[in-house]
Ligand binder design. Structure first.
Ligand SMILES: Nc1ncnc2c1ncn2[C@@H]1O[C@H](COP(=O)(O)OP(=O)(O)OP(=O)(O)O)[C@@H](O)[C@H]1O
Ligand SMILES: [Mg+2]
Length: 225
């Protein structure tokens, strides 16, 4: 996959010939310097934008063949998102925020009871009926994780999910994502500039100048005469 922004002199090759596949249940980190293409990669996989060349295939569906309308509904059904800021709707309760993705899908039979279960798992049972602007930053990010999981997505995509949190709160949020991944067999693709915070994960992809390769760059040791 290749993604080029702009045209002519202002053209930026944000991603160049990137190719990899992710297995179900994997917890994958994307690391790399600022401007190396991490968010672009996540935006392509998240179907928020289309690649210039190449395809994003999710659950066997080549998403290049979908219309914009089909992409939106596919995204609502198959993908969950966690951003740097929780972006909860402040006028709604925590529970209503987490129920929302399922209501958008039009599948709300068990939406409320499922959202309650998720909120209990992320430790927010006591905050469930509070308005979203009445909880702490760490609690909001835990609610955002529950919301990201609410539609049982094939993949949860997170761009710097701990970027706005102090290191202690970040640690709880990281552990929560990893345990949700194990518990639910949930695939996560997480962009971070601080991979040490995550400890051991299934897989690391490093982006560099728009290229992507397996593993941490720092783990490559060469000794020559
Ligand atoms: N919408 C856009 N229009 C034009 N250029 C863009 C756009 N989005 C990203 N770029 C460029 O593409 C390259 C990759 O950007 P990207 O945001 O993917 O980097 P990143 O690895 O997420 O960086 P950071 O760690 O700072 O968030 C950069 O050169 C950036 O300036
Ligand atoms: Mg980025």
């Amino acid at each position: 996959m290749t993604k080029i922004y702009g045209e002519g002199d202002t053209q930026v090759r944000a991603l160049q010939d990137v190719s990899f596949s992710v297995s179900k249940g994997e917890f994958l980190l994307v690391i790399g310097a600022s401007g190396s293409g991490k968010s672009t990669l996540l935006n392509m996989i998240g179907l928020l934008d289309r690649p210039t060349n190449g395809n994003v295939i999710i659950d066997g569906i080549n998403t290049s063949t979908l219309s914009d309308n089909q992409i939106s509904s596919f995204r609502n059904r198959k993908l969950g998102f966690i951003f740097q800021s929780a972006n909860l709707l402040s006028d709604l309760t925590v529970l209503e925020n987490v129920t929302l993705p399922r209501q958008i899908m039009g599948n709300n039979g068990t939406a409320i009871s499922d959202a309650k279960k998720l909120l209990t798992t992320v430790g927010l049972e006591p905050q469930m009926y509070k308005r979203a602007n009445k909880i702490s930053g760490g609690q909001a990010q835990r609610a955002a994780i529950a919301r990201g999981l609410a539609n049982s997505p094939s993949i949860v995509l997170a761009d710097e999910p701990t970027g706005n949190l102090d290191s202690v709160t970040a640690e709880t949020v990281v552990q929560l994502m990893k345990s949700m991944s194990r518990k639910l067999g949930q695939t996560f693709i997480v962009v971070t500039h601080d991979h040490r915070q995550f400890g051991d994960v299934d897989r690391v992809i490093t982006t560099k100048d728009g290229r992507a390769f397996e593993g941490k760059e720092s783990s490559k040791i060469e000794v020559t005469a």
